[in-house]
Design a protein around this ligand. Structure first.
Ligand code: NAP
Ligand code: ZN
Ligand code: ZN
Length: 346
């Protein structure tokens, strides 16, 4: 066994605390990774507070991992020791269902094993990247280009692939009018990718203070959603709305801003359900859909795209013992635009 340490929540009410545990030695097809950086996703907060009702404690969050391979199992052929690699939201899927064969492992019909809070065969639960090391099968890691800024690359493993995949799947290209709702970790990556794909991008934000940042990130327009008149003037404006809001909100207000046949793509997963009025869709044949991270091959493609176009997340680097303050600030919307934990400071 390998001695590991990290930060864990022990109940839904407790702060994250330093925690020692063991990881199993890498099997034949597994690699042991020394974690260098781990991004802080809002899902980490949702789950540490048991907002979806399925968190198993002690809970070690973290699924935006960049690290170097310390050692490899004897049959590993895709990676070598010392390579810079990434681990995202899941560390295993069945490998043989239609989704897995089609390189959409995130939709594995037999269920993925998430990097955090995922049930393992021995009945224990996976512990994520707010820790010093992790063991993962070689088919579920990706190569991280050395030219990328490493703290900024970590959030690409979830916020990056989630937004990239949703834009690609929905074929968002130059000429489309795209609104990004919620300028947080996912939202700011959606702005970067959508502008890079040539779309005309509007940020819809409840934070007036984010206007300058939105423009610096590349957005062409900024709309403060606290200002109610926009919900009248912007009716029938957008081809797509990418919804990256973490808290409950009224979908109908935003659906009305879509053109005929416009599509609202849900990325945010608020813990409470929201009411949907049929007429928000019927009158203009609008659609509402969702998207969930991305497959391994697509994650690799996204990282190469980011290296080519010099895209990384805008991050505030924190020490591991600052994670509880970071959680508090994330809830207040006070993050520009992702926290990354320097796991070497553990
Ligand atoms: P985040 O950095 O905290 O950003 C969320 C943003 O939502 C905030 O910056 C804020 O933007 C807006 N917001 C928050 N509370 C709000 C409220 N009460 N009313 C209106 N707007 C509010 O979170 P994140 O890490 O980007 O994650 C966003 C959501 O996506 C979370 O629910 C997360 O679990 C989910 N997620 C989904 C996937 C997937 O595969 N589908 C992957 C990762 C994360 P403004 O200040 O601009 O309004
Ligand atoms: Zn995430
Ligand atoms: Zn599968």
């Amino acid at each position: 066994m390998i001695s590991a340490k990290g930060y864990a929540a022990h109940t839904h009410e407790s702060a994250l605390e330093l925690y020692s545990f063991e990881r199993k030695d890498p099997g034949e097809y597994e690699v042991l990774i020394d974690i260098i950086y781990c991004g802080v996703c809002h899902a980490d907060f949702h789950q540490s507070k048991n907002e979806y009702g399925n968190t198993k404690y002690p809970f070690v969050p973290g699924h935006e991992i960049v690290g170097r391979i310390r050692s490899i199992g004897e049959k590993v052929s895709k990676f070598k020791e010392n390579e810079l690699v990434g681990v995202g939201y899941f560390i295993l899927s069945c490998g043989y269902c239609q989704s897995c064969i089609g390189q959409e492992q995130q939709f594995c019909e037999n269920g993925i094993t998430p990097t955090q809070n995922g049930k393992l065969q021995d009945g224990t639960f996976t512990k994520g990247g707010y820790s010093d090391c992790i063991v993962v099968n070689e088919n579920y890691i990706v190569s991280v280009p050395e030219t990328l800024n490493q703290p900024g690359a970590a959030p690409l493993l979830c916020a990056g692939i989630t937004t990239y995949s949703s834009l690609k799947y929905n074929q968002i290209v130059a000429g489309h009018k795209v609104a990004i709702l919620g300028l947080g970790g996912l939202g700011h990556m959606a702005v970067k990718f959508a502008t890079s794909f040539g779309a005309d991008v509007t940020v819809l934000s409840s934070s007036a203070a984010k206007e300058d940042d939105a423009k610096k990130l590349g957005a062409h327009h900024f709309v403060n959603t606290s200002d109610k008149e926009h919900f009248t003037t912007l009716v029938n404006t957008f081809d797509f709305i990418v919804d990256a809001v973490s808290a409950k909100h009224d979908y109908n207000r935003y659906l009305n801003l879509l053109k005929k046949d416009g599509i609202m793509i849900l990325l945010g997963v608020p813990p409470e359900p929201s009411t949907l009025h049929a007429h928000s869709l019927t009158g203009k044949r609008r659609k509402i859909t969702g998207s969930f991270i991305g497959g391994i091959e697509e994650t690799q493609e996204m990282l190469y795209y980011c290296a080519k176009h010099q895209i990384t997340a805008d991050v505030e680097l924190i020490r591991p013992n600052e994670i509880n303050i970071a959680f508090e600030r994330m809830i207040k919307g006070d993050v520009r635009y992702r926290f990354t934990i320097d796991m070497q400071k553990l």
